[in-house]
Design a binder for this molecule. Structure first.
Ligand code: HEC
Ligand code: HEC
Ligand code: HEC
Ligand code: HEC
Ligand code: HEC
Length: 331
């Protein structure tokens, strides 16, 4: 029954989505169209308000009116938290019950911002649903009150703090133990100030993808410079994120590659060790500036430094994100 409703709501959403596109992303382009109007004939209409629709896909619950936000979220890992291959492999397709709650969560504002969320035992493929973050008992959490909008946005101070990311990002992966020591936090930057920058093509904040799968976003992580000093190539790296770099997700790798003439390339690799590895965690620490020196012969030719970010461990260099490149200026 719930499934039939979900499917019909999704079908309705698609029909309405087609309608909405002629008014490019404006939420009020659907003013006057109640979600119930789009339910298919022969099926009981879903008369519930949007904030109660956590059992239907985010597209049907919210995306019908917030299509641009939906499309950003859909491309992010929040949407894929239940379906992505890495997670399914590591959790044995979620046979491990302890792994389920954050990958298919109930609304964190309802369960509390100081502990892990409750498992949402339905509509799991939606991952971190719009309502996992926005859901209130009688509306949606927002930066202002809009009592006349169909989803009843409510000004919710707790939702606008970094703590709203805590229930999922701290209990197992300790993002906040790093963030709490960061210059970013001292400067008053929240997680969302970096991870939800202003959207490029509409008012409001981007819902993704703003993480390790977006090369333009990854470039923001580092300030760097290179120079030739007394026979050494000197590479200086400064971590500008609010946590270690690479952040949190263990499959991400950062490498400095130095090529000199026809020699074998030299690498320095930064990554989080796997659970069974004895390797040290050599990622850049919060706020850290690190200097690397690579001796080169005085007559060395074709010196080149490349900064590589690999979202997946076995990626060849050609497929990595190039977040920086440098060669000494010609003499
Ligand atoms: C039937 C259409 C409709 C649905 C469904 C809907 N909304 Fe809205 N939403 C609106 C309108 C209209 C506004 C007001 C837009 C404005 O004034 O800029 C709004 C405003 C908002 C705001 C505040 C925006 C701001 O400018 O501060 C948030 C947050 C929001 N919606 C989230 C959601 C979420 C989450 C869902 C799904 C649970 C949802 N909405 C479902 C139509 C809808
Ligand atoms: C307290 C919330 C929470 C719980 C419980 C949780 N996770 Fe996660 N998981 C996250 C968050 C947040 C991320 C994204 C950031 C990160 O990797 O730390 C994530 C990311 C992952 C990733 C990386 C996904 C990718 O895109 O590569 C894997 C794999 C993963 N989790 C597996 C597990 C396993 C296995 C368990 C159970 C032992 C588990 N998770 C339990 C919150 C949680
Ligand atoms: C990971 C948590 C999270 C998820 C998931 C999420 N949002 Fe948001 N949303 C936020 C935050 C945080 C803000 C910005 C608050 C601020 O202004 O600082 C926001 C802002 C908004 C706004 C206000 C306008 C804007 O773009 O800034 C709308 C509308 C909105 N979200 C709708 C949605 C919809 C629809 C979905 C699902 C497709 C969704 N959100 C999923 C956290 C989330
Ligand atoms: C209800 C749980 C939950 C909340 C709240 C939450 N996240 Fe996440 N987040 C996750 C999970 C789970 C993943 C990992 C998904 C995966 O990789 O499978 C994730 C992944 C991410 C990623 C990687 C996304 C990408 O597309 O590369 C970023 C960045 C992120 N979260 C930032 C935030 C920020 C900022 C907030 C607060 C505004 C927040 N999250 C709130 C559960 C949550
Ligand atoms: C000053 C900006 C900044 C702040 C503040 C910040 N981050 Fe990040 N974060 C980044 C950048 C840039 C990256 C991409 C490079 C990397 O992997 O570290 C990143 C990476 C991540 C990732 C890995 C995403 C992926 O797909 O690999 C997660 C998860 C994440 N951040 C969560 C958080 C959370 C949660 C907070 C708040 C506690 C936070 N970040 C605060 C800039 C920031």
């Amino acid at each position: 029954m719930a499934r039939a409703r979900a499917l019909s709501a999704a079908a309705g959403a698609l029909a309405l989505a087609a309608l909405v596109t002629c008014h490019e992303g404006a939420a009020d382009s659907t003013a006057g169209v109640a979600p119930t109007d789009v339910a298919q004939a022969g099926d009981a209409p879903d008369t519930r308000p949007p904030w109660q629709r956590i059992d239907v896909p985010s597209l049907a619950a919210c995306g019908i009116c917030h299509l641009a936000v939906h499309d950003e979220w859909e491309a992010s890992l929040h949407h894929r938290a239940w379906t992505n291959r890495n997670v399914r492999d590591e959790t044995g397709d979620f046979a491990q019950a302890g792994c389920r709650p954050c990958h298919s969560p109930m609304p964190v504002l309802a369960t509390g911002l100081d502990h892990a969320p409750k498992f949402r035992d339905f509509n799991q493929p939606d991952g971190v649903h719009c309502l996992s973050c926005h859901g209130l008992a009688d509306g949606v959490a927002a930066a202002r009150d809009l009592p006349d909008a169909p989803c009843r946005p409510k000004y919710t101070p707790a939702f606008l703090t970094a703590q709203s990311c805590w229930p999922c990002h701290e209990p197992t992966h300790h993002a906040f133990q790093e963030y709490d020591r960061s210059d970013a936090k001292a400067l008053g930057l929240r997680c969302a100030d970096c991870h939800m920058p202003p959207a490029a093509d509409r008012p409001g904040r981007s819902h993704g993808p703003n993480g390790g799968l977006n090369p333009d976003f990854v470039k923001r992580a580092l300030a760097w410079s290179c120079a030739l000093e007394g026979g050494d190539v000197v590479v200086t790296l400064r971590n500008r994120t609010g946590h270690r770099f690479p952040g949190e997700i263990p499959s991400r790798i950062f490498q400095v590659r130095v090529d000199v003439g026809g020699e074998e390339p030299r690498y320095v690799t930064f990554r989080k060790p796997g659970k069974t590895e004895t390797r040290a965690d050599d990622r850049l620490d919060v706020n850290e500036t690190k200097t690397l020196r690579f001796p080169v012969a005085a007559d060395a030719k074709d010196v080149r430094v490349t900064l590589l970010f690999k979202p997946f461990p076995l990626l060849p260099d050609e497929a990595a994100f190039r977040i920086g490149e440098w060669s000494p200026p010609a003499k």
